[in-house]
Every structure is written in structure tokens, then in C-alpha cells.
Ligand binder design. Sequence first.
Ligand SMILES: [Zn+2]
Length: 476
Amino acid sequence: MAFHGSARPAVCGNLFPASDLGPKYFCVNSSGSTAACSGLNGAQKPLGPGQPAEAPRHPATVGASTGGGAAVPQPHSSPASEVPCPAEMEPDRPIGYGAFGVVWSVTDPRDGRKVALKKMPNVFQNLVSCKRVFRELRMLCFFKHDNVLSALDILQPPQIDCFEEIYVITELMQSDLHKVIVSPQPLTTDHIKVFLYQILRGLKYLHSAGILHRDIKPGNLLVNSNCLLKICDFGLARVEEPDSSRHMTQEVVTQYYRAPEVLMGSRHYGSAIDIWSVGCIFAELLGRRILFQAQSPIQQLDLITDLLGTPPLSAMASACEGARAHILRGPHKPPSLSVLYMLSDGATHEAVHLLCRMLVFDPAKRISGSDALSHPYLDEGRLRYHTCMCKCCYSVPSGRVYTRDFEPAAERPFSHSYEESMLSVWQGKELIHRFITEHQQGKRVPLCINPQSAAFKSFIRSTAWHSSKVSRKEER
Ligand SMILES: [Zn+2]
């Protein structure tokens, strides 16, 4: 990849002013403070003494001076300099709900940094949820990639007898691609290219680790105002299944972004399902509306064949009988891919060419994440990302020093062999408890939750309704 010439770093500036973003997406407190909304980057100043003393506090805040704090560092730990003054704490705010879990914006009491706190509920309901949560937790701790959200920390679990929930701390991002797409913010071709580049860069890493995300959608692509993007929510992620005779669940991927092989009841699928979702998102970025917005899975399939035409039998090899019969019963449809040029002015020949390589009915013929990254449409996105957004390249007085590997693969595959040894909920509980405890050893001052604190009770109340919804979903 050549990096000659001087690129105009237009995308390196703000996509949206932080002051616009904050109140819309984060501010649910009534303190009237705008400081809490004025950007959530690491450089942000903590709230000053103007913050009302009675403002609700974060479960992980230090309670030494008030006695009511939610979380305390372990007694042997924290030097005084690490304990921020209570006035610096900001109110808790729910910021989103994943496939399984609730996310809050909180302040890390050790350094005043704003982070996201995710509660993973219903962990020990049954063996299936136990395995699912442990998998997500291990993945979050495994990831080391700038376009994939990872765990910064896990809150200290209580004694195993009282251990019911898991709290993970991740980096806090300002918004997500869904909110950006439906907002009035202008989205230029430069934005689309740099977003698509990062989605594929993150996916290449996940797929190289053998992980299928299985719920790629705009709401699971977190973005900052500087256009940095991270893939999140691994509640439905799993390791690729090499044995094609083993059945995989079809209860995956939000319907609008669901690949045709899943809609057609294929019992085995691979990383191509994530690429299909990326194709749908690419079209949505261009047209600013959902590409295939159907009321039901069957209508979803009909909308896809309206665009791509009736697939050949060879493309439906893994489909279930009923789905194949549905396609063959219908009228023969010719492809109408030229409508993709009408998505927007940004739908150039190059853009549509790449889009058509992602929106391929037959998963075996769909482009891979790593091949998509070689498409010329993404050259500018790569240049912009590595010119001023990445952490892998750096500037010296004579110019920019670029990394050798722009799109790194995972160093090793993600291992899930531990799942086979998990035979009961109690055993799972012990494994998870040990994993968290060992994960924290030798690291920073551990944080834990005081379940008696008012802030924690308010956090639990606000998440209760969602937890019950999640349990119902999981039972299906
Ligand atoms: Zn770089």
C-alpha cells in the first residue's frame, strides 16, 4: 500500500461536536451540569466542585469519606493519590443494552477516567447461560485490537456463595453507527470509507481468531467523534465450527442484517455471515436507510432476491427444504443491482463493485474480510486511518512512520476448549470466579461493588426490566 502524497486528513476532525452528542445520548441527569456532556475522551476534565453533593454516584466509586460509596479498593491497596475526591464523581448513566447485558457510563475512581460498565446478568441460571457469559468474558479479555472493544478490567467478585453477576469495564465510546446514520450529521464519502475500513479491519482480526460475531449491526459498532470505530457486543459470538455436520443455532443476527444462508435455515455457516451484515451496513451508510427492511424472515429473503435475483440451486446447497421450495415456487427474478447506484452520490462504480462482492447470495462466493480490505475503495480509508487515527503508526519530524502490518490478524486462535470441561452451573461458577480472580492478580487496584450503596441499588433497579427480557429471550 503506497502512502505517497499528502492526504487531506478531513476525517481526522470531529464527525460530530461532542457538545451535540452528549446531551442527546448521555445526559439523563438533572444536575444541569454541561461538563458531564462535553465529550467523554480521556482528556476530559472531571466535574468540578459545582457538582451537587447528593448526585448519585458510581457503584465503583471510593467510599472512604462518605461511608456510602459503592465500591472500595481492597484494604491492602490504594495509595491516597489514586483516590479521587468525591466531588469529581459523575452520575451514573445507562448508555445501552446489548444482546445480553446492560451498559452504564461510569467514572473509574482510580484515575477519574470515564469508562463503560457492563453488567452481565443471569449468569448462573443454567449451564447454557453460564457457558455463554464465560465465553464473552474470555473473549473480552482476549481481544487486543483497536477496532474491537475489549475489557479494561473486571470488578472483583464477592465470595463465591454470593457471586451472581459479573461487571466488566470497557473503554467508553461516544456513540454508535446507528445513532450516526439516523442523525442529521452529514456523512461524507470520507466518513464512509474510514468507517468501513475499520469495521473490516476489526472483523479480519476476529475471523483470524476463529470468532464469528453473529450480530454485526450499526448499533454494535461504537464510534467516537474522531471517527474511531470499535466492534462491540459479543453476547452472540462463538468460535467457528469446523465440523459442518454439527448444527449451529439460527437464532442469530438482527433480521435486517441476517445473511441469506441463515434465513434459509442452513444448519452450518461461517464468517461469511458477518460479511453479509457489513454489506448491508455499507449500503445503509451510503443510502442512510436500512437496505433490506422487512417485517418477517420470509419477506427479508424476498427483498434480498428482489435485488440479487433468484439464486441458482448451487447457492442454496445448505438451505432447508422449505426455504428452497419457497424460492423455487416464486417467479424467476432477474438481478437489479443497478439500483445500488441510486443509494447516493457516494455510490460510485468502485463502491458498488465492493458492495456487490459482499452482498453475494452464495456464502462460498462472498468476499472475505481480508480480501475486502484489498479492494481499492478502501485505500483512502486505510490512508486516513493510519495517518492520524491509529495507534500502530507514529509521526516524527520528517514524516509519518507506518506500521508493517496495517490490518493485523490475531496472534493465535481463541480457544474454547475449557467449555467442554464445564459440566454444571456450580462448576461453571467456580471456573468463572477463578478466572476473574486470576485475571486481576498483579494488576491495578481491584474494584468491587458494595451492594448496600444507593448508587448500586439504583443501577440494579434500572436494569431489572431488561434482565427479565433477556431471560425470556434466552429461554426460546
Ligand atoms: Zn497505523
